[in-house]
Design a protein around this ligand. Structure first.
Ligand code: ZN
Length: 184
């Protein structure tokens, strides 16, 4: 559970650490605001994908389902700066499908925590695979990292692309191609 009091203290210390005056008008409520905001953007830590993916529907169709361009915002755990972009998810059902909004909810569960893009990609894939008992899952994430854009190598607009494949997608190039053609 999020400890807002601790976050407030930490933000105050952080501001002092960079040499700011924490009592000036613009900053006096900042620790409280950040604590409230963190409760939301790190809310995934106390959420589980299972609660969104357990409500499934029987379906006789076992063709690939693709949900693309799911917008997400996450926080890089190395720098505590945002990374954000889109997630594309494909799965091959085995008699069970899920409401499409539930895939977006699943993305939020894993995005709203300190993350790295590689782990976010595989956690989404595994959650869909395990909860739907799908025959295969493929996830692709395209994201811009502010820790790349606004500091260090400063490459604004550059995208990091990650993939995760499970089940039938692992050894079937044709399935992967169908997915790639659909999301491009
Ligand atoms: Zn980073």
């Amino acid at each position: 559970m999020i400890d807002k009091e601790k976050i407030e203290k930490a933000v105050e210390l952080l501001l002092e650490g960079i040499g700011e005056n924490v009592n000036r008008e613009g900053l006096v409520d900042t620790p409280k605001r950040v604590a409230r905001m963190y409760e939301e953007i790190f809310g995934g830590l106390s959420a589980s994908a299972k609660e969104h993916l357990q409500k499934t529907f029987e379906s006789p169709m076992n063709d690939m389902v693709i949900e693309k361009d799911i917008t997400f915002y996450s926080m890089c755990e190395h720098h505590l700066l945002p990374f954000f972009g889109v997630v594309h998810i494909a799965y091959i059902p085995d008699g069970k499908v899920v409401g499409l909004s539930k895939l977006a909810r699943t993305v939020e569960v894993f995005a709203r925590r300190p993350q790295i893009q590689e782990r976010l990609t595989s956690q989404i894939a595994e959650a869909v695979m395990d909860n739907l008992h799908a025959k295969g899952v493929m996830v692709m994430i395209e994201a811009e990292h502010l820790c790349m854009s606004m500091r260090g190598v400063k490459k604004p607009g550059s995208k990091t692309v990650t993939f995760a494949t499970l089940g039938q997608f692992e050894d079937n190039a044709q399935l992967r191609k169908t997915f790639m053609d659909a999301v491009r």
